[in-house]
Design a protein around this ligand. Structure first.
Ligand SMILES: [Zn+2]
Length: 295
């Protein structure tokens, strides 16, 4: 056997070994789709079974931001947080609630039943792969009712995992002074556009931000506490609420850091939470036998 063939065989042997054994922990990606099967097992162990599901939609964001803006931003925050406090991050999930934007180009609005079924099967499959605790990290205001409802319905039948929901953080105390009215800075406005300037500046077209109005059209007046689904369209038919043109990188940095810190805190709290899994199991057992009469 020639020396060069021997060397080649050694390299091949070493690379096969390398392929089968997990990489050292410090270099494990936080991205589910980037891990090999062997590394995935190591990643779940390192994450203590804690996984993130950044949750967005495809919808218009004013005249100046991309359709995938919410998911791009929430993934930016979630990936940075998971690098600080290790967790496995599920791939791009664009399948949230966005029926109110069906009149705008590029919106993908799945039916109510499919939204819930797909999310349930996703968290089921994540759990089957070791995600005993999944944190759905919300990036889109239109999911604010869906996600707590989804978490509530986990009590419908016994499950061996816990779903947590992390809502979109509020404006945050402090930070740079705002240039627009915080009351209507809700969608593709100053704050969200500033965040996009940090997450994906290449996709922000600030010069187009005044091409449409993000003002509140106030076309429906109902008493406080009375809700109807058309409320958003009544106020913001352009799917734009606020003033994106006054966005700044300074506010973006502040918003990104606020969001990343909130996710890091959530991952740590979830890892330390032994009460929820225990109480869930206790509840499932008691709910099978509410009168305590069955053995
Ligand atoms: Zn949104």
């Amino acid at each position: 056997m020639s020396k060069s063939l021997l060397v080649a065989l050694n390299v091949l042997g070493a690379s096969m070994l390398w392929a089968q054994s997990p990489v050292p922990q410090g270099t494990l990606s936080v991205r589910w789709e980037e891990l090999t099967a062997a590394d995935f097992t190591a990643a779940i162990a390192r994450a203590q079974g804690t996984c993130l599901l950044p949750f967005g939609v495809l919808e218009k964001h004013g005249p100046h931001l991309p359709l995938g803006n919410d998911l791009l931003n929430v993934r930016y925050a979630a990936l940075h947080a998971a690098q600080q406090e290790y967790a496995v991050v599920f791939p791009e999930y664009y399948f949230g609630q966005i029926l109110e934007a069906k009149h705008q180009p590029g919106t993908v609005a799945y039916s109510r039943a499919l939204q819930l079924q797909l999310l349930q099967e996703t968290t089921d499959e994540m759990a089957r792969n070791g995600c005993r605790k999944t944190v759905v990290v919300n990036g889109h205001g239109g999911n604010n009712s869906l996600l707590p409802y989804f978490a509530q319905t986990q009590l419908e039948a016994a499950r061996d995992y816990v779903v947590y929901v992390l809502g979109i953080p509020g404006g945050g105390e402090g930070g740079p002074p705002r240039r627009s009215d915080p009351a209507t800075d809700m969608h593709a406005g100053e704050r969200e556009t500033s965040m996009s300037l940090i997450a994906r500046p290449d996709l922000v077209h600030l010069d187009r931000a005044t091409q449409e109005s993000g003002a509140d059209m106030a076309r429906l007046t109902l008493p406080e506490g009375l809700y109807t689904g058309i409320w958003w369209y009544a106020r913001f038919p352009n799917h734009y609420a606020g003033e994106g043109a006054v966005a700044s990188r300074e506010l973006g940095e502040f918003s990104a850091q606020t969001w990343i810190s909130a996710i890091v805190r959530a991952i740590r709290a979830v890892k330390a939470d032994s009460a929820s899994p225990r109480l869930q199991q206790e509840f499932y057992e008691r709910s099978r036998n509410p009168l305590g009469t069955r053995r």
